[in-house]
Design a protein around this ligand. Structure first.
Ligand code: PHE
Length: 530
């Protein structure tokens, strides 16, 4: 399996990296989750808080991930090992605390959680800080499983649209069609495998000829399609209500819960916390500017989430439908909305809409799988094709369980009984558990580990040296001079002024970890905010 003298592949150019990373960020998180989470959390108010989370936490963590990846020029596990070869006191202490917690949980009969804590403690003792990198091998199995299920639905719904099988105009018939579809396992599994195999076929060809080429072709298609849909949506009579719903913040809706949802959504949407962006950063060479690339990626991702809102809400409101319809918004309300327009082109709008989501999901799935593949290649010395084969095979198997569990647990009673025995009663399906567990626990934990590592272990000084490599001195100019367009004014430079470097350091060392810890405590139910 070992490949000798492997040369690490690099992106052909900045554009390739930026498009691939934007492709990773723009996905189901923007098109499927963002609209309904916005709908559930009060429209414009949620968007404001989301923007704050992206800027204050998303941006610094993304910069950290790219800096680690590029500096180490290797997969996430090896990267942490290279930057901190020894196990440290802090990792030993974390391991011991987790072991104690595992014992406590065992005594209270929480065998599943106890086993999980025990396992994590062992990984930390064994790998030290590189345990954060291990997440890039484990998290893909959680995210890609439900991602493959939803990705498969988008392919199926694209064809259903084309063959005029989505010509209902009320959400109730839409719900019936959707429920019948997901209750037929053979269909769900077929399309899920098609989606996963398509993902595998792109990464099979490596960075330049696979991921970069696909991103350069697919990302413009994505933009064109969403613009077409927005034009249709905002020109409907009554569309204004949707636009003002999206843009008018109602501050009474901003509760602590909205803050926490916004933070979780920002991590998921920006692809942070599982080494995907770190992996893409490791294929970047040192002339490229990390800060401007990160800024572009977060702006593109946020802009796209807003575009998705602009394609969806005006049409939904114009047709008198309910915007906060939950996860079914995309698969039920949208086809019904498109058919109600009355221009007899509902099938076309639906097909474009689902094709669009398919492309967005595909470019994200590619990055999730690549995180795992690169670990198998660099750390475990697999060949690329062998690594792709095993990743896709295992993800397909776990994905099949997810697809089977969507409607209820009836088809997987043994799995449900096992989970209930280990973790206590659960009503959520495996599909929901995978989604919640990865977004609420694994990604925030990965993000926390990354910012703590850069801020307190590797050190801001080294991270900054990496950021300065791209020929950029923006980190060291007075921040306000930068905003005022006085970057090159000699009098605006100064060692004691507020520079971007100082702001980034504070965000990375204090603000990001504290916010993520709060979210984490909230997610595990130890912090209740009313
Ligand atoms: N960012 C992707 C989306 O918005 C999901 C994702 C999460 C991709 C984590 C990679 C890593 O759908």
């Amino acid at each position: 399996m070992k490949e000798k003298n492997q040369v690490r592949e690099h992106w052909g150019g900045s554009l390739g990296f930026i498009l691939a990373a934007a492709g990773s960020a723009i996905g189901l998180g923007n098109l499927w989750k963002f609209p309904y989470v916005t709908g559930q959390n009060g429209g414009g108010a949620f968007i404001l808080v989301y923007l704050l989370a992206v800027l204050v936490i998303g941006f610094p963590v993304m910069v950290c991930e790219i800096a680690i990846g590029r500096n180490a020029q290797s997969d996430p596990i090896t990267a942490f090992q290279k930057l901190c070869p020894k196990k440290t006191g802090s990792t030993h202490m974390t391991g011991v605390l987790l072991l104690l917690a595992a014992c406590g949980l065992f005594c209270f009969g929480k065998f599943g959680m106890s086993g999980l804590f025990f396992l994590i403690a062992l990984v930390i003792f064994w790998y030290g800080w590189a345990a954060v990198g291990i997440l890039s091998v484990v998290t893909p199995f959680f995210i890609l499983s439900f991602y493959g299920t939803v990705g498969g639905w988008t392919i199926a719904y694209f064809f259903k649209g084309l063959f005029q099988q989505l010509n209902f105009t009320d959400p109730d018939s839409a719900k019936q069609v959707f429920d019948t579809f997901v209750a037929t396992p053979s269909h769900g599994i077929f399309f899920q495998l098609l989606f996963t195999l398509t993902t595998g076929s792109v990464i099979w060809f490596g960075i330049k000829n696979g991921i970069e080429l696909a991103s350069k072709f697919l990302m413009p298609v994505l933009l064109i399609f969403i613009l077409i849909l927005i034009m249709r949506s905002v020109t409907l009579p009554g569309a204004n209500a949707g636009i003002s719903y999206l843009l008018t913040p109602d501050f009474s809706q901003i509760t602590p819960h909205v803050f926490l949802s916004a933070l979780g959504q920002a991590f998921f949407s920006l692809s942070l916390g599982m080494g995907a962006i770190m992996t893409y950063g490791s294929y970047l060479d040192s002339e490229k500017n990390i800060l401007s690339s990160s800024l572009f990626i977060i702006v593109a991702d946020t802009f796209f989430a807003l575009l998705a809102g602009l394609a969806i809400f005006p049409a939904v409101m114009a047709m008198g439908m309910e915007p906060s319809a939950g996860p079914g918004l995309v698969f039920q309300v949208m086809p019904a909305t498109f058919n109600s327009i009355g221009d007899h082109l509902g099938w076309l709008w639906s097909s474009i809409f689902f094709f669009l989501i398919f492309i967005a999901a595909l470019t994200s799935a590619i990055s999730i799988a690549e995180g795992c593949v690169t670990c198998l290649i660099d750390h475990f010395k697999f060949r690329r094709k062998t690594a792709v084969f095993w990743t896709i095979l295992l993800v397909s198997v776990s994905g099949i369980f997810c697809t089977l569990s969507v409607t209820n647990w009836d088809r997987l009673p043994f799995l449900q009984r096992g989970l209930v025995w280990a973790f206590g009663s659960t009503n959520a399906s495996l599909f929901d558990l995978m989604d919640q567990f990865s977004s609420n626990y694994m990604l925030p934990l990965g993000g926390l580990g990354t910012s703590l590592f850069v801020g307190w272990q590797w050190g801001m000084r080294y991270a900054l040296t990496e950021l300065r490599k791209g020929g950029s001195d923006v980190t060291d100019v007075n921040f306000f001079a930068l905003l005022a367009g006085l970057k090159d004014d000699p009098l605006s430079k100064g060692t004691h002024s507020l520079t971007l470097a100082l702001i980034l350091g504070i965000l990375i060392r204090f603000i990001s970890p504290i916010c993520v810890i709060l979210v984490f405590l909230y997610n595990i139910g130890w912090l209740s905010l009313k």
